[in-house]
Design a protein. Structure first.
Length: 66
């Protein structure tokens, strides 16, 4: 296993253990869920943001008022 975490986790199991997935992530890592239509995973928001959080769109020049 990578000592700094992994860059990408692809979960096809349908269990969607988000707590375990976030624990394994590297800083700015990504999680892809491909199964689990009826599952309702809990997103550990605090630990996720400490790993770099979800990407936030940067405002364009028009939004910033140049």
């Amino acid at each position: 296993m990578s000592p700094h975490g992994v860059d990408l986790i692809v979960d096809t199991s349908g269990h969607n253990d988000m707590t375990a997935a976030v624990d394994l992530l590297a800083f700015r890592g990504r999680i892809v869920l491909l199964a689990g239509l009826r599952s309702r995973p809990v997103l550990p928001v605090g630990p996720l943001y400490l790993k770099g959080g979800p990407p936030v769109p940067r405002p364009g020049a028009a939004t910033l008022g140049e």
